[in-house]
Design a protein around this ligand. Structure first.
Ligand code: CUA
Length: 350
């Protein structure tokens, strides 16, 4: 090969590699990295990108050089020269990708195993996913629950995730971690947050009409702030369990149940400032019960525990979770029914 040809190939490869590197590095493609695991995932990502850019440069150089140098002239009607392969080339283009793919596999395996390794003093949090909401419960605080995931900075956290209905997926882009949540299984996810802040926590598996609304936040706090928050949750959870049964009677208890459940994602109810539109408007329950020819309280109770028994025309079947008979206690259910009876009667008059 002439020296000029080699210089040309190198030149094209450098330009192609430079352009590809600029495209990779200049725009900010990734959100901030807020976990130790995320840092390792980013390393694998950039490792693969670097290999891709190198391969891209070689391929572009060979294509551009061949098109310029070996193209058929307008008046050239000859067949090309016969080619019978090139053993050296074939060995090279098999061996190099083999080495690169093996390197990616080894780096990925090391990163995945280090990401799964729990640190000392791991915090356990139980995650419950259901259409279309998240609940986080803290065994260290009498299983106090929270609709937002609070995490301490710098501590190893293991999530134990369950679904009450269909397949969901836990995803916090800033943690670079994603895991499916499958009914009947407990799936795990290990994360060590290392950056204070509030990050979106989204469901990453199409799970029904409210999928796009199934999002909350992960809040990374300083260890001190987290310890204080956890202690407060523990106290409140203790107080709630000791006073349950007697409970704050009437509508405030029902409102609390309404707010602790995903109702507001799908339903409008002015008494709870809820504005969902996927399911029937709960301000109109009085009229709906009349259309269904049922007494109001019985109609509301059945619609919660057995939602497919009567479907309000214009709304889809099988969208309301069918699990409330199992997940709500009898006291919670009664309080919720009472609250909905009173608030819908008030709304129908107002
Ligand atoms: Cu849950 Cu999408």
């Amino acid at each position: 090969m002439r020296r000029g040809s080699i210089a040309a190939l190198f030149g094209i490869a450098l330009v192609a590699g430079g352009v590809a590197t600029a495209v990779a590095l200049v725009p900010t493609w990734l959100p901030v990295d807020a976990s130790r695991e995320g840092g390792r995932i980013d390393f694998v990502f950039w490792f693969v990108i670097a290999i891709c850019i190198a391969l891209f440069s070689v391929v572009v150089a060979v294509i551009v050089y061949s098109v310029l140098r070996f193209r058929a002239r307008p008046d050239d009607l000859e067949d090309g020269p016969p080619i019978h392969g090139h053993t050296g080339l074939e060995i090279t283009w098999t061996a190099i990708p083999f080495v690169l793919v093996t390197a990616i596999a080894i780096v990925s395996a090391i990163v995945l195993s280090r990401n799964d390794a729990q640190g000392a003093d791991t915090l356990r949090i139980n995650v419950t996913a259901q259409q279309f909401t998240w609940t986080f419960s803290y065994p260290d605080a009498n299983n106090a629950t929270s609709p937002v995931l609070f995490l301490p900075e710098g501590r190893s956290v293991e999530l134990y995730m369950r679904s009450l209905d269909v397949i969901h997926a836990f995803f916090v882009p800033q943690f670079r971690l994603n895991e499916d949540i499958v009914p009947g299984l407990v799936t795990n996810l290990h994360v060590t947050p290392d950056r204070l802040g509030t990050y979106p926590l989204i469901c990453n598996e199409l799970c029904g009409l409210g999928h796009s609304l199934m999002r909350t936040e992960a809040v990374v706090m300083t260890p001190d702030a987290f310890a204080k928050w956890l202690a407060k949750q523990k106290q409140e959870a203790g107080a709630a369990s000791s006073s349950s049964g007697s409970g704050s009677s009437g509508t405030s208890a029902g409102l609390a149940v309404f707010k602790s459940q995903p109702c507001a994602t799908c339903h409008t109810l002015s008494a709870a400032n809820a504005t969902g539109t996927i399911g029937p408007d709960l301000d109109k329950l009085v009229a709906y019960a009349q259309q269904a020819h049922q007494p109001l309280a019985a109609f509301i109770r059945e619609s919660i525990v057995n939602p497919n028994a009567y479907i309000q025309p214009g709304f889809p079947k099988n969208t309301m979770p069918q699990t409330f008979a199992q997940t709500l206690s009898a006291a919670q259910l009664s309080a919720l029914v009472q609250f909905l009876v009173q608030s819908s009667q008030k709304a129908s008059k107002g």
